[in-house]
Ligand binder design. Sequence first.
Ligand code: SF4
Length: 493
Amino acid sequence: MSDGRVDTRSQYGMTEKCGVVGISLEARDAAHPLYYSLYALQHRGQESAGIVTHDGFQQHSHVEMGLVGDAFDEDDIENLNGSVGIGHVRYPTAGSVNSCCAQPFSVSFKSGSLGLSHNGNLVNADEIRDELAGLGHAFTSDGDTEVIAHDLARNLLEEDLVRAVRRTMSRLHGSYSLTIMHDDTVLGVRDPEGNRPLCIGELEDGYIVASESAAIDTLDGELVRDVEPGELVVLHEDGTGYDTYQLFERENSAHCFFEHVYFARPDSVIDDQLVYEVRRELGRKLWEESGVESDVVMPVPDSGRSFASGYAEAANEEGVGIEFAEGLMKNRYVGRTFIMPTQDERERAVRLKLNPIKSTIEGKTVTIIDDSIVRGTTSTQLIQLLKEVGAEEVHVRIGAPPIVAPCYMGIDMASREELIAAGKTTDEIRETVEADTLSYLSIDAVAEALEASRSDLCLGCVTGEYPYDIDGEATDRDVTRPQIRPESTPADD
Ligand code: SF4
């Protein structure tokens, strides 16, 4: 940023995508539970927050830029009438960073009203948009969510709800977990590869679909199960149950493994696994694959913490006594951007975020555990800092494989040129960040910790081969992008 404001989102790695929720209750208004759910999903998006409800006659909508706590006041919540609704927190992944792309997206059309919340990123949104524009659809944003909404609205003119969703899904290529509200019916949809998480929960007086089970816990509900890849869940309007339809089935799924490594809350259960336990297991495997004896092991807060505790536990079980310590304190009040007037001070930015505890580090050999290295800026600064306060050696262990390629499925990561691991060996990266030793976890170890076959995971950013047909990139499976022909293009067959 040219004004000296440092964007810590890009500086400190990857950014979360979006969080979606949909609720149907028996009698009371859904706005408050939706609002609390969005709080629980805030880590998945901080750019905007929104809720759309339906009172049986009409939609009510409130969508604002900013954090959940800033986007709503009590009056806003009171005005969101109706016992059904959907919500969204957003970090922009496709479309502009402004209020026209904030969600839920809502639209009225000939056969009713639609609200839509989307987590993920479509690969073929432009093709569908061009076709629909050729058919007279007018778009108000450049986001892919509006493309899904228009396509579904069009299909709803000719089909019942389930068939219309199936037809729209057959045209989408890419990653999507959706909560949809058609009049007063709330739906949850997960793409056929299950790239993004989505789960169903039961509340005391209703049902919920949400990106993560932490949203269900917040409402004192019970996690029922994950929505299956390719499944449509239709919540009853009266909040008494739900119907499900397995609309698409693929031989393999393509779950984003980084949900478990980095994005999701550790207290969420995703695809049947508690994220916290997966991270501890990744830490244990890191010790098994590349453990190094040192005086102390410490996490890079916050996400490295569960990895480091698993790593230290596995070391101690083998009789290698390594002290597990919190040697780095995070300043929680540094926002997502802060002002740093000079380049030199920008390079010291890590010190604003993380401060070392000298007595834990001075004169010791130190292992730091992190979940990933994206650009390498933070790691380099951190290692320098630890040496400045007296660490004798600094070993770095990373609980994921090297990130060598960008993400096209909705994670704001970095371009290939910016990724420190693209085109470099581990030793070259080690030299760049000035660590004494550096090791990453293997892909096989990640698959084992997730109790999944490699072929059921998206590994695009660590292999450069993707589970979707992305222009100019290799695929890791047989994928066919749906043929979408703009209406204005004459058929040649
Ligand atoms: S490319 Fe990486 S971050 Fe993106 S969906 Fe696949 S595993 Fe997740």
